[in-house]
Design a protein around this ligand. Structure first.
Ligand code: PGA
Length: 249
């Protein structure tokens, strides 16, 4: 069964005190317990948040990981480390990582493997740039990202993945894909999964939309047949907005 999911991606925002304040405020919001609610703060918050979240329905995600267990990788954090502080999900392949840190889908596919090997769940991001959409190559772009990042997995492994479609032109810009534009891509993603695996897996995978999701547009987006929720940046930094998003299905 497909799950409705709201995942807050805090990106590189909020120090220890600010993070504690926001999480405390989020915990006071009416969060719909039927919705899988996930928070992805910067690494420094994870251990404390794991304690603060005990007894709540909110799960923890990391925003990235390395693909080795340990070793000489200065500045990196492994999945084993993340798991040891209660992380259950890892965002992988966010466009900001692809653009600013030169991560390609092949590199990301190793991270996907590593996350799954440790029994955590990847939230695999894909999305086209404005130029790619204008050139009409957005379907090809998404297909390539999905194939390279995920299609080496077996069916069981793929079932443990969540996909997030995030058009780069809609991230942090205030410009949202229309529900029709987002639905079209989500349906397309399901169709390529159905072709590579089978229609049942395609139906069961949760596909989130990301890109300027906020309380004023979430309900319409989440009502679309193939949109199972949102990966939310800006609006997840406001406790009330974040709470409202979980009540937008
Ligand atoms: P945004 O970010 O909601 O601020 O557009 C979404 C994301 O990058 O995950």
């Amino acid at each position: 069964m497909r799950k409705n999911i709201v995942a807050g991606n805090w990106k590189m925002n909020l120090d220890i005190n600010e993070g504690d304040t926001l999480l405390s405020n989020i915990l006071e919001q009416p969060i719909d317990s039927a919705v899988t609610t996930i928070i992805a703060p910067p690494f420094i918050h994870l251990e404390r948040f794991h304690q603060m979240l005990s007894g709540s329905n909110i799960a923890l995600a990391a925003q990235n990981c390395h693909n080795q267990v340990s070793g000489a990788y200065t500045g990196e954090v492994s999945v084993k480390m993340l798991k040891s502080v209660g992380v259950q999900y890892v965002i992988l392949g966010h466009s900001e990582r692809r653009d600013y840190f030169n991560e390609d889908s092949i590199t990301i596919s190793y991270k996907v493997n590593h996350v799954l090997e440790h029994e955590l769940r990847p939230i695999y991001c894909c999305g086209e740039s404005l130029e790619q959409r204008k050139e009409g190559v957005h379907f090809d772009t998404i297909e390539k990202q999905i194939k390279q990042g995920l299609f080496h997995l077996n069916e069981m492994e793929l079932r443990n993945c969540i996909i997030a479609y995030e058009p780069i032109w809609a991230i942090g810009t205030g410009e949202t894909a229309s529900p029709e534009q987002a639905q079209e891509i989500h349906e397309f993603i399901r169709s390529i999964i159905a072709k590579q695996y089978n229609p049942m897996v395609a139906e069961e995978i949760s596909i989130l939309y990301g890109g300027s999701v906020k309380p004023s547009n979430a309900r319409e987006l989440f009502a679309s047949k193939d949109i199972d929720g949102g990966l939310v940046g800006g609006a997840s930094l406001d406790a009330q907005s974040f709470g409202q998003l979980t009540n937008s299905f």
